[in-house]
Design a protein around this ligand. Structure first.
Ligand code: GAP
Length: 517
């Protein structure tokens, strides 16, 4: 392998344009409704992407539910699975606070008709004089930020010279301070509206008759509430006892004001959430346990080193449900578009008993737990590790993307074998002398045990290796003339590019050892 491939690659140097091009070229991720011009904030997963996403979801389910971790007291943690509906009774979202408070402040540009999140408008140049503050939309790559800065420097002079402050939109800074806002794409300042709250839930209507308000329901904005409203059902139908967790993966929908950065902020995405119910006195212990365990889990999949960060929230950042809890932390990844900064991958929060309390009140039902060991009745506290599946996939793709000018493909995807979408490939060197038949037989044998194993007999062997490098296939096995005489095959290692010969009947054992399967 060349030096370029062995050196750890700074994520800031990775190009999102190149990563997105590879995702499309090799069938990881496509723009949704592409032939109709796309639809903003929605993405489809191609054959490689769907398998990668499934592998990540399966790894999570396996490590949380099927083979649960050992808890802080040395016992296996008790966790069960759930699959609740995307649409629930709308009262669920009133009780959870989503109808009243799940909103972003939104600002429109009257000139370009673009919409921005007000909390993404940042001060980029200060003037000493409060009235000279200029706010601009600062997401984007370095070039576009530099251009915006330049444009705003010009405006700054004009605004102050032409005394145009009164024509600009204003953002509240504090009780009596205000600042002008300037959109990124405008030719003149003062085109932004005042911020207004915009609810992120997607409304829909149930049934064919009746009026909108009466029959209005919502697509769930998080999977968590489906768990809270089934907490009692799970307790009553299984043998679980507090402390225990309920795990669920599934789609969530948010009408994001500004979907962007590939799949990072989408309007339809998938979450992997655990609500872990414990005695209030044990919140701190379980919070720390889950926070540290989840960080180690992402590390085990290859997101280690400088690109992964555990960030404890400051008190003033805490969500309404977490104000009194043991804490909230984010596991953050340094995506190429956030570098040198980080973007959230998973949040671990002590939600206190907020949600159960709300559902007990709004649903007029008793959700208290009777703890026989303590002889005590209480509403459990909840520790919530909440991860984004699509963000996880994106982080794994960004981490795996490894430019290597010495390879024919110029890039390869260095996925951890556990989550690699294609586990192995079998190539007959030529389409004759019985090589395709031996190859097909080997593919069938390997597929039964390892899942996605490709068979490819087209094009030159170099081109076939290049294709497999771009999908991140860890091992390729080639059937050639020697196989016919001595029953051996060539195995090529994706990362080291080394090739060795092993016996045909040892391929399965070789792969099992390498993949840890
Ligand atoms: N139940 C808690 C909850 O939903 P959240 O921080 O809003 O918390 C959890 O979401 C995770 O879901 C985030 O850490 C992120 O990975 C993912 N996520 C949230 N909004 C997203 C979006 N618009 N697009 C993709 N992933 C998103």
């Amino acid at each position: 392998m060349s030096n370029a491939a062995t050196a750890s690659i700074d994520n800031a140097a990775k190009s999102m344009t190149d990563i997105m091009a590879l995702c499309k070229r090799r069938g990881f991720i496509f723009q949704a409704s592409e032939i109709y011009g796309g639809v903003n904030g929605f993405w489809d997963y191609g054959p490689q992407g769907a398998q990668l996403k499934k592998n990540l979801r399966d790894a999570w389910w396996n490590d949380c539910v099927t083979n649960p971790p050992i808890g802080p007291d040395g016992d296996e943690v008790s966790i069960v699975g759930l699959d609740s509906c995307i649409i629930q009774n709308p009262k669920v979202w009133e009780a959870s606070g989503h109808v009243g408070g799940f909103s972003d402040p939104m600002v429109d540009c009257r000139e370009t008709k673009n919409r921005y999140r007000a909390d993404h408008l940042m001060c980029i140049c200060e003037d000493g004089d409060r009235e000279g503050l200029i706010f601009a939309y600062l997401e984007g790559d370095d070039d576009s930020i530099a251009q915006t800065r330049k444009k705003l420097d010009k405006y700054k002079k004009r605004i102050i010279e032409d005394d145009k402050l009164c024509t600009c939109a204003f953002l509240e800074l504090s009780a009596n301070e205000r600042a002008i806002t300037v959109g990124p794409d405008v030719k003149i300042p003062g085109t932004l509206t005042e911020p207004r709250d915009f609810n992120l839930m997607f409304p829909t209507i149930l049934g064919a008759t009746g009026d909108w308000e009466e029959n209005k329901a919502y697509l769930r904005p998080e999977t968590a509430q489906g768990i809270f409203i089934n907490y009692k059902n799970v307790l009553d139908s299984t043998r679980v006892k507090v402390p225990f967790g309920i795990a669920q993966t599934g789609k969530a929908f948010r009408n994001e004001v500004t979907p962007r950065n590939f799949t990072f902020r989408s309007r339809e995405f998938e979450q992997m959430e655990i609500e872990f119910f414990c005695h209030p006195d044990e919140s701190q212990k379980w919070y720390e346990f889950w926070r540290d365990l989840r960080m180690r889990w992402w590390e085990s999949l290859g997101l280690a080193g400088d690109n992964l960060l555990l960030r404890e929230h400051d008190k003033d950042e805490l969500a309404h449900y977490a104000k009194t809890g043991a804490g909230t932390s984010d596991i953050e990844y340094r995506f190429p578009f956030t570098a040198p900064g980080f973007g959230e991958l998973e949040g671990v929060a002590d939600r206190s008993n907020y949600d159960l309390k709300q559902h007990a009140e709004h649903g007029n039902t008793k959700l208290e737990y009777f703890d026989q060991e303590r002889n005590e009745r209480y509403l459990p506290n909840v520790i919530e590790p909440s991860a984004g599946l699509d963000r996880g996939v994106l982080a794994l793709i960004c981490e795996a993307f490894t430019p290597d000018p010495d390879r024919p493909s110029k890039v390869f995807m260095k996925f951890n074998p556990r989550i690699a979408p294609t586990k192995a490939a079998v190539f007959p060197l030529v389409k004759k002398d019985g090589m395709p038949e031996i190859g097909k037989k080997l593919q069938t044998q390997l597929r039964k045990r390892f899942g996605a194993v490709e068979f490819d007999a087209k094009q030159s062997i170099g081109k076939r290796y290049a294709r497999m490098d771009e999908v991140g296939c860890p091992y390729c096995f080639t059937i050639d003339g020697d196989t016919l005489t001595d029953q051996t095959v060539t195995v090529r290692d994706r990362d080291t590019l080394s090739q060795e010969r092993i016996a045909l009947d040892q391929v399965e054992g070789f792969l099992a050892e390498k993949l840890g399967a």
